[in-house]
Design a binder for this molecule. Sequence first.
Ligand code: GUN
Length: 294
Amino acid sequence: MTARIIDGKAIAADLRARVAGEVARVKRDHGLTPGLAVVLVGNDPASEVYVRSKHKQAQAAGMGSFEHKLPADVAQDDLLALIAELNRDPAVHGILVQLPLPKTLHTETIINAIDPAKDVDGLHPNNAGRLAGGFAALAPCTPLGCIILSKSVHASLEGLNAIVIGRSNLVGRPLLQLLLNENATVTIAHSRSRELAKLCAQADLIYAAVGRPEMVRGDWIKPGATVIDVGINRLPTADGKTRLVGDVAFTEAAKVAGAITPVPGGVGQMTVACLLVNTLRAACAIAGLVKPAV
Ligand code: GUN
């Protein structure tokens, strides 16, 4: 079998176009311009690339886009003051503080300072708790993207056996909750799980989000399963450059799986598109409008 390649790039482009359509509608009908503020502390090159992409894509969707760059040695109180200002700013409906933060800053304190109504990363305990309780919540963008990609293959995830490998607050844990909302049967595994290969062999849906290059092997996968690779690992090449690989050994896996996401061109594109969705949804909720069509 050769797996169908799930085209995250095309699916994300379609989602961004639908967000742009809804942004135009709320502007026209309600005079509302959804606004996203992204805060970057320090100059980690990968984070800079992500933040630039978020900024550009928010603008392209017709949103307000506000970028705040702070030095790596910023005082925690100064960062908290900026967040308080963004919480009050009526032009800002979504606030994202790019992670990881420098070690001198206390990530939990920073995230807790974000107004939960503007927490488009879905990381504030109010949103994480609401999601875990099965209530309406802003959910983290990467897991939202994983669900959309899965549904591009399966009309319904109901009753399917899913395994999530990874238990981070950004991906693994919220993905577990979103899959439960879809009525999937979910196993959550992680770096300390035993017999991962055996666990994967049961799964119709495999989500790899452990941050270990090419850890999931072809012979772990049930023939025909759908494989969603969340990993973005940079490996050095012989010529001194780097190449991106996922958490799944793609070439092997693509011979067994029914459908698989590539890296790059899979989940990564969806994260930013879902950030736009969350910003639009947050703006409509704050303005008291009905939930948008995306
Ligand atoms: N760093 C890598 N991915 C993310 C994300 O989705 N949100 C934030 N805030 N930081 C990240």
